[in-house]
Design a binder for this molecule. Structure first.
Ligand code: XIL
Length: 352
């Protein structure tokens, strides 16, 4: 049977079990059914999900979040607007809630994110800063936040989305005021504040080999050569069926490994133009399996995180009008073909 067909047959069986439609021995098997995290762990990897504070009151949602994954990323709660809403006044409410929830479920946390151009508080983005002032603001923010979460998080996305599509530096408040050196500074300050956290640069559209991922490769090589504390590159992997699968993903992961860096797929979703059809959902399932297999094939790819696990709480419909259905569980929290495809991909490959 072709791989995709097998995946679809498995998809149906798993969906029935997950929907509680199976009885007898199958229902018993349900209790011991390995989760995505269980299977990822057999490869020395994790399987994670983002989550966000408003949805934590949904107990059907948190039940799956707490059982199926072993790594959690706060979707918003650790961003600048949430953590330093007024200059020098820090608020850990949202981030702490997610860290505590993760701890109760024995999950680790990928912390996200310290330096970004988006979701900044007004006091920061609406002012003209001198380089000296802004550098001090940045250092204080990084130092305070990373210290607060010291020992509680596995990794930090230290800088998020630093490059344009053509590989030039994005003209952010940080780049324009401080120059490209802000990246090395941010990594050093984060490392001082928590020497054990794995420090990442993270971006979208860097899954394939191309000008933007080349820029990261060059920068990473240079930072490593200068002894700057960089541990990994996060590939967000916000994919869309209409743009095609990034066929060079595995090669790309491998070239970062060769620099002595970890890689991770950090914000995976596979969106499509709505309405979703069986055909599109099958293609989506194959993409989820393929990107997981690419990670498993490269030794230093440490894990996969999906950008929340259910279409019920996906950011896609609000940001890409007319698109959606991007995650492995649907809006009713029922597993889609992508979920079974993930299980199968994680079951099949041997440890590399
Ligand atoms: C998104 C969140 O999911 C939304 O809730 C928020 O309104 C906007 O940001 N790349 C990132 C994430 O690094 O932080 C973004 O998260 C999605 C794109």
């Amino acid at each position: 049977m072709p791989k995709t067909r097998l995946r679809l047959a498995g998809a149906l069986a798993a969906a029935l079990v997950a929907a509680g439609l199976a009885t007898g021995p199958a229902a018993q098997a349900q209790e011991h059914r390995p989760t995505l995290a269980d299977l990822a762990q057999r490869h020395g990897r994790y399987f994670g999900s983002a989550t966000d504070n408003p949805e934590l009151t949904d107990s059907a949602y948190t039940k799956i979040l707490g059982s199926e994954f072993d790594m959690i990323t706060p979707g918003n709660g650790m961003k600048w607007y949430a953590t330093e809403p007024r200059q020098g006044v820090f608020d850990w409410t949202d981030g702490d809630r997610i860290v505590n929830l993760a701890r109760r479920h024995h999950q680790r946390v990928r912390a996200h994110t310290l330096v970004w151009h988006s979701q900044l508080p007004d006091w920061l983005s609406s002012k003209e800063w001198t380089a000296g002032e802004l550098r001090a603001v940045l250092k204080k923010h990084i130092t305070t936040e990373v210290r607060h979460y010291r020992g509680k998080v596995y990794s930090w996305d230290v800088v998020n989305e630093a490059f344009n599509e053509d590989g030039s530096y994005r003209e952010t408040i940080w780049y324009k005021t401080l120059g490209p050196g802000y990246i090395a500074d941010a990594l050093r300050w984060a490392h001082q504040a928590d020497p054990h956290a794995r420090l990442y640069l993270n971006d979208y559209n860097i899954e394939a080999v191309g000008p933007k991922s080349d820029a990261y490769h060059r920068l990473a090589e240079e930072l490593k050569a200068r002894g700057v504390p960089l541990d990994g590159i996060g590939l967000q992997a916000h994919l869309a069926l209409q743009y095609g699968y990034p066929a060079t993903l595995e090669d790309n992961l491998r070239r970062f490994s060769r620099l002595g860096l970890d890689t991770a797929l950090t914000e995976v979703d596979v969106r499509m133009q709505l309405p979703a059809t069986d055909e599109k959902l099958a293609e989506q399932a194959a993409w989820y399996a393929d990107l997981t297999e690419a990670c498993l094939a490269v030794r230093r790819c440490v894990g996969v995180t999906i950008w929340d696990y259910t279409d019920k709480y996906s950011w896609i419909p609000a940001f890409f009008p007319g698109e959606g259905a991007a995650l492995p569980w649907d809006e009713r929290l029922t597993p889609k073909p992508a979920y079974s495809a993930l299980l199968e991909a994680l079951r099949q490959r041997t440890v590399t």
